[in-house]
Design a protein around this ligand. Structure first.
Ligand code: NAD
Length: 469
């Protein structure tokens, strides 16, 4: 496929292969954007930002609504593209495409809700008789940099709100999974987004990222990806607005009064969907020592029931990891934990990019499999004696994106809700749950700023204060 700059679909001699993670076959190629391509895209986006800022809200609404209709018509193709380039099973791929349609629809609706407010200036001495109000205005040029693991919906979470609030946007999709974003760009252009206002640059983040994030003409960066790349972007960005949606090692606390069947079912879903490559995957399962053995017994058959294989085979529940080297890394972290005293309950095997769903028991919170982001199909079990200890362990990390507790006791649930430092908290489900309209984002090293169309629009706009004297 080609990338889209300055209203044209362009190719380059230097290309990047897009691979099917299951067998390494080349599905397609995309051009490797150069620094000159980035500069051209930014110059065009400046014009695009003027066009968008002048466009009435009802027109922005209509265009985005039309885009969501086109996405809905092509949902099967989009879902298959996601699965083929990313490796998630086809049901999850089509599910993501369906969510992306909703994200775009909600973004369209938000185009009509850019409210300001009147400010009661007479509350300040000497300001009587003056009239104050705020205007919400677009930032201008928005750069959207996205990760591999949700190659369509997370692009929509940036592009939808950016366009809805009158910005121009340049998308830089993940190097491994650019095809879904290119198809989305085709749809946006077809729906009527001015071609100066939507561009899609394919290529390597490490080659073009600094030019893209450092340019002062870019007024807002919305980034989803790893902690380290996020930090690099923040250092490079200088004085501009940034939203950072970063990684995590999310804890799930299992209290002794929990329904272990429910916890086990939730763990099998929230720890292993997309082969564990979800920013809010359940990674650290902290279990009350009273039910530790029983929980392992209930969880094991549920994890063993997850079949592993070709993501396009509808009977498969866990597909490949995005790259074989990631499956190798997950295996080596598990091995390291075993050497330090943990034990494998089930799984542990690997064939190419396929890593078996794995339960590791007796994990010490200091082990890498617990304190770093694993981002793979394994959960680590650690026992605790008291809820205070569980909260301390849950908080003993630089991350804070999602946390969960299973309990029938409201006081324990509220103690956890208040005590745990996390942007998203689930009671009686695992850490992986998101409705696309809710405010979503992390604390601490998991990032800053919120997504969800309404909240992303707040991040992608500025307030002007006006006083009539
Ligand atoms: P990554 O950080 O490797 O890459 C993300 C994007 O950044 C890619 O498009 C990449 O090309 C680009 N990039 C790389 N170097 C860059 C640079 N110097 N300047 C600008 N851009 C650069 O992440 P990934 O491996 O694609 O995704 C996995 C990570 O994303 C995990 O840490 C996961 O937790 C996180 N994630 C977070 C959320 C969230 O909402 N918090 C959601 C999904 C994924």
């Amino acid at each position: 496929m080609k990338m889209f700059i300055n209203g044209e679909w362009v190719d380059r001699d230097s290309k990047i292969d897009v691979l099917n993670p299951f067998d390494g076959s080349v599905i397609d190629t995309v051009p490797r954007a150069s620094v000159e391509d980035v500069k051209a895209a930014i110059a065009t986006a400046v014009k695009g930002s003027e066009i968008m800022a002048a466009m009435p809200a009802h027109e922005r609404y209509k265009i985005l609504h039309r885009a969501s209709e086109l996405m809905a018509e092509r949902v099967q193709d989009l879902g298959r593209t996601i699965s083929t380039e990313e490796g998630k099973v086809i049901g999850e791929g089509v599910g993501e495409a369906g969510r992306a349609v909703e994200t775009m629809t909600m973004s369209a609706e938000e185009a009509k809700r850019l409210y300001g407010e009147t400010i009661p200036l007479d509350g300040s001495t000497g300001a009587e008789g003056k009239f104050g109000f705020t205007l919400r205005i677009p930032c201008g040029v928005v750069v959207a940099i996205t990760p591999f693991n949700f190659p369509l919906n997370l692009v929509c979470h940036k592009v939808g709100p950016a366009l809805a609030s009158g910005n121009a946007v340049i998308v830089k999709p993940a190097t491994d999974t650019p095809l879904s974003a290119i198809k989305l760009t085709e749809i946006l252009v077809e729906a009527g987004v001015p071609c100066e206002a939507i561009q899609c640059l394919t290529g390597s983040g490490s080659e073009i990222g600094d030019v893209l994030s450092g340019d002062p003409l870019v007024r807002k960066i919305s980034f989803t990806g790893s902690r380290d790349v996020g930090e690099q972007i923040c250092r490079n960005a200088g004085l501009k607005k940034v939203t950072m949606e970063l990684g995590a090692n999310s804890p799930l606390v299992v209290m002794a009064d929990a329904d272990l069947e429910k916890v086990a079912s939730a763990t099998a879903v929230t720890g292993f969907a997309n082969a564990g490559q979800v920013c809010i995957s359940t990674q650290r399962v902290l279990v009350d020592q009273e039910v530790y053995g029983d929980f392992i017994e209930v969880l094991t058959p549920k994890v063993e029931a997850l079949s592993v294989g070709n993501q396009l085979d509808e009977s498969v529940s866990v597909g490949p990891m995005v790259r074989e080297q990631d499956a190798v890394r997950v295996g080596s972290w598990i091995e390291e934990a075993i050497q330090d005293g943990a034990r494998i309950v089930t799984g542990g095997g690997r064939e190419g990019s396929l890593h078996e769903p794995t339960i590791v028991a007796d994990v010490d919170p200091g082990m890498r499999i617990s304190c770093d982001e694993l981002f793979g199909p394994a959960v680590g079990l650690t026992r605790f004696e008291h809820i205070d200890e569980a909260i301390t362990v849950a908080n003993n990390t630089n991350y804070g994106l999602s946390a969960a507790i299973f309990t029938e006791n409201l006081s324990d649930a509220m103690k956890f809700v208040r005590g745990v430092h996390s942007g998203n908290i689930n009671v009686n489900w695992g850490t992986q749950w998101r409705a696309d309209l809710m405010p979503y984002g992390g604390l601490k090293d998991s990032g800053m700023g919120k997504e969800g169309p309404k909240y992303a629009i707040e991040e992608m706009t500025e307030l002007k204060m006006v006083v009539i004297h």
